[in-house]
Design a protein around this ligand. Structure first.
Ligand code: BMA
Length: 833
């Protein structure tokens, strides 16, 4: 009864409005990538090319294709064009008749082609108006400007006036490339009689004995009144789970049927169990035939965000299937400035990295996009929870009623689109606007506005969008989900680390923006840490992709064009001086910069985990990049793991030994995310960096389940005796009663710059084609193995080896290719001191 035909990606052409030549285009795509493919611009990511391409945002663009519509499609009662994403101000013409106007990149659109289509060839033309010019009349008419952060890199900041990905206008890790285009697929849909447009399997209740009460909500369009049979199937079974005779009315019908499933397997986040999924399919049969193309996947779990008052404030944690979960994860940004070219493999790589690093949550940050289906499908399958922001970040938004209506539709659509995914744990209104309002916006001088009323209007608009419009969309369509108005969000827009009554989630940027020492991660902890981070440069292999050897200096024009934080280079250098010796060679600077970032973030994650259960979540800023750049990412644009990524894999391990020195006391903690209490012994060895054992011993150890336990405290002065802190390392090993190594940890008593590192004297031997053994005679810090142009070739990297220690490392090389020592490059910190 319905036929869907995707529009061919290659039959398109495009041109700049006002010019005559049409060029081939790819759909889905963007203007920039089409210009690039035709050799009309150079790679926007290369050197400073971005600067010369700012004219593109000022132009209007047209796309066209010939749509061949078969007579049998035309014979249907309805013929529609589904547009999953148009960026942003588009007018669609079929055979020169206007069939649709759009004004929101985040919404999908449907055009009725029936009155305009003919059998055979039809011309579909899409006009994209410049997103920056389009809003100017309304911007000018307002009489005052809305406060927008400097992430919007233009003088006249118009990012907030359009419903378009905010990072397109620039960010402190991204270029300004304000693109346009058909960014998600288009398809033709022809149908008669009935069409199923949505299926939501709502979980009404999930009992302790794993019986789930469901309400399947099927949305059906019908062209006439009549009776029909609705059937719901689960997991490919031939017998329907429910079957109902229903009366369809002409137009929109929502058919809700209740049923239950017994002994379901629950969906568990990573680390708690397996993420079981069920497939549901709805079918509607009428006299005209059976419509059965709607299937969705669903997992059953309960997720609560628990906020309980206690003596020292208010908690904020996730309870999944009744069990408290310590959240480990990262913030995620769009993977490219040109979204349609991100491949499924790239999605898998980022999310698999998260899983490999023991994460259980990813935050989809509000300056990007509501992600593609593949993202959430993978999160569902991998057991990754999603903290989902609505797409608003770091700015106030204009007080326009039509914009608010547009936002409400956007919210309804995206909540509807994503509500079946068990991975979505929470909807959050925006990124940092509550905090922004408090810190910056209110400090504006009254002169910035015509009158206090303007300022109040913006405040009311904030309240309306984030406390009324968005939560009511969540409530209307997915009331089981928790809504959180803004991240970070403490008490009354205040984030006060020294508050007597801490509550909510926090973005702690005292490290980096405030130049506070990494050690302060131990002091600035709130119940849920949803952002903190530190920058590094990508490694040289990545820099080579956008810079020439003559650019190899962090202050060169090209390197600065790929460093968008106003304080970036200075801050990296400042911290490097504090913790490491600053090397002269560019390549070494990049390496040490990565170690610096890795050390800072390790200290942060360990501090947050030690603070469990007061702190119950930690999401670092940021896992990925949208172009090759110096940024806070732990993995660069090409998917290369930075040193931080390896450090995160260690720091997020389910069982973690960690230490923290305060004055003369070294506290040793065992953090245990498992549900079993751990018992065993803690072995310690104090060594010189050349391997002489100065002290050794073992102590009984017991670590609580799902918690952080201080298993021992050592007095540093008596431990070290006459040994120099700069010349010693304490090796800690947690061993279970059955002899299994639970975790190891090396504690140093001096910062890397002060360590008196002897030459590591590494020996690398080839074990077999894909395995090497690395052995250190003396302490080797941050062993970095490089393979020419390789991406994540080695099973571990940037690791320490104690004197005499050896490690086997496996290598991922394509096909039969074997390792050769002369191609392998090994770097350690001692060589740069
Ligand atoms: C946080 C984020 C981003 C920003 C990052 C680094 O505030 O929400 O807006 O890129 O810090 O400054």
């Amino acid at each position: 009864m319905a036929q869907s035909v995707p529009l061919a990606p290659s039959s398109w052409q495009f041109r700049q409005v006002g010019t005559t030549t049409w060029y081939p285009a790819t759909v889905p795509g963007t203007v920039h990538t089409d210009l690039l493919a035709n050799g009309l611009i150079e790679d926007p990511f290369y050197r400073t090319n971005e600067r010369g391409q700012q004219w593109i945002e000022q132009a209007d663009w047209e796309y066209r294709t010939q749509l061949t519509i078969a007579q049998d499609m035309l014979n249907h009662e309805n013929l529609e064009l589904y547009c999953q994403g148009l960026d942003t101000y588009a007018t669609l013409y079929l055979n020169d008749s206007v069939v649709l106007h759009t004004n929101n990149m985040f919404r999908s659109w449907k055009a009725n082609l029936k009155p305009f289509a003919k059998a055979g060839s039809n011309e579909l033309r899409i006009l994209f108006e410049s997103p920056v010019k389009k809003v100017m009349p309304a911007y000018n008419a307002m009489g005052f400007t809305v406060p927008v952060s400097d992430n919007d890199q233009a003088e006249v900041k118009v990012s907030v006036y359009s419903r378009k990905a905010q990072y397109h206008f620039g960010w402190d890790w991204g270029p300004r490339l304000v693109t346009s285009g058909i960014w998600r697929p288009l398809y033709l849909r022809a149908w008669s009689s009935v069409d199923i447009t949505d299926l939501f399997v709502k979980q009404l209740a999930l009992s302790p004995d794993n019986t789930v009460q469901l309400e399947a909500q099927t949305t059906v369009m019908a062209t006439q009144k009549g009776s029909a049979t609705l059937r719901l199937y689960v997991d490919g079974q031939s017998e329907p789970l429910v079957q109902r005779e229903v009366l369809l009315l002409k137009g929109h019908n929502q058919l809700n049927v209740r049923c239950q499933l017994e002994q379901v397997q629950r969906w568990w986040p990573r680390g708690m169990g397996s993420p079981h999924l069920y497939t549901f399919r709805a079918e509607v049969a009428t006299a005209a035939g059976v419509q059965k193309d709607t299937s969705i996947r669903r997992g059953f779990r309960t997720i609560e965000v628990v906020q309980e008052n206690h003596a020292s404030g208010q908690s904020m944690y996730f309870r999944v299937n009744g069990k408290p979960l310590f959240v480990k994860g990262a913030n995620y940004i769009p993977q490219d400035n040109f979204l349609p070219r991100v491949t499924h493999d790239q999605y898998r790589h980022v999310l698999q990295t998260a899983v490999d690093c023991h994460m259980n949550m990813i935050r989809v940050w509000g300056g990007g996009i509501y992600e593609n289906k593949i993202f959430y499908d993978l999160c569902d399958e991998l057991g990754l929870l999603v903290w989902q922001d609505f797409m608003f970040a770091c700015a106030m938004y204009p007080p326009w009623e039509d914009l608010k209506r547009n936002i409400y539709q956007e919210a309804l659509e995206n909540v509807r689109r994503l509500r079946n995914h068990p991975s979505i744990a929470l909807w959050c209104g925006n990124n940092e606007i509550a905090q922004y309002m408090n810190q910056h916006y209110w400090k504006r001088t009254p002169n910035d506005f015509r009158s206090p009323a303007d300022s109040l209007l913006l405040r009311h608009t904030y309240e309306d969008i984030f406390h009324n419009i968005l939560p009511s969309a969540v409530k209307a369509l997915d009331d089981e989900k928790f809504y959180w108005a803004s991240s970070a969000n403490g008490d009354n827009y205040e984030i006060n680390y020294t508050a007597n009554q801490p509550k909510g989630d926090a973005h702690y940027w005292g490290v980096w923006w405030g130049k506070e020492p990494f050690e302060n991660f131990n002091r600035n902890i709130m119940p849920f840490m949803s952002e903190y981070g530190f920058q590094s440069f990508p490694e040289l292999e990545t820099v080579k992709k956008y810079a020439l050897p003559r650019d190899y200096h962090i202050e060169s024009e090209v390197m600065k064009a790929h460093q968008r934080s106003s304080i970036g280079n200075g801050t990296i250098t400042y911290y490097m001086k504090e913790y490491f010796k600053v090397p002269n060679r560019f390549e070494d600077f990049l390496y040490v910069g990565q170690l610096l970032q890795a050390e800072g973030m390790r200290m942060a994650v360990e501090a947050h985990r030690r603070a469990m259960p007061f702190c119950m979540g930690t999401l670092y800023w940021q896992i990925n990049d949208c172009w090759p750049v110096a940024s806070w990412s732990s993995m660069d644009y090409f998917g290369r793991w930075k040193a931080q990524q390896y450090a995160m894999r260690r720091a997020f391990a389910p069982v973690l030994l960690t230490s923290f020195q305060q004055g003369d006391t070294l506290d040793i903690f065992m953090v245990n995310d498992t549900e079993a209490e751990l018992e065993g012994t803690l072995q310690y060895r104090l060594l010189t960096l050349e391997g002489k054992q100065l002290q050794a011993g073992q102590l009984p150890m017991r670590a609580a389940a799902t918690g952080s336990t201080r298993v021992h405290s050592l007095q540093v002065s008596s431990l070290l005796g006459s040994a120099r802190p700069e010349g010693t390392v304490l090796q800690l090993t947690g061993i279970s009663t059955t002899g299994e190594v639970l975790s190891t940890h090396n504690a140093f008593f001096a910062r890397p710059k002060d360590l008196q590192l002897p030459r590591a004297k590494l020996q690398v031997t080839i074990v077999d084609k894909k395995t090497i053994e690395v052995k250190a005679e003396n302490l080797a810090r941050f062993v970095w193995l490089q393979w020419p142009d390789g991406i994540n070739v080695f099973s571990d990297n940037y690791f320490d080896l104690l004197p005499g220690e050896k490690r086997r490392i496996t290598c991922k090389l394509p096909g039969d290719q074997g390792l050769e020592l002369r191609q392998l490059k090994v770097t350690t910190l001692d060589r740069l001191q």
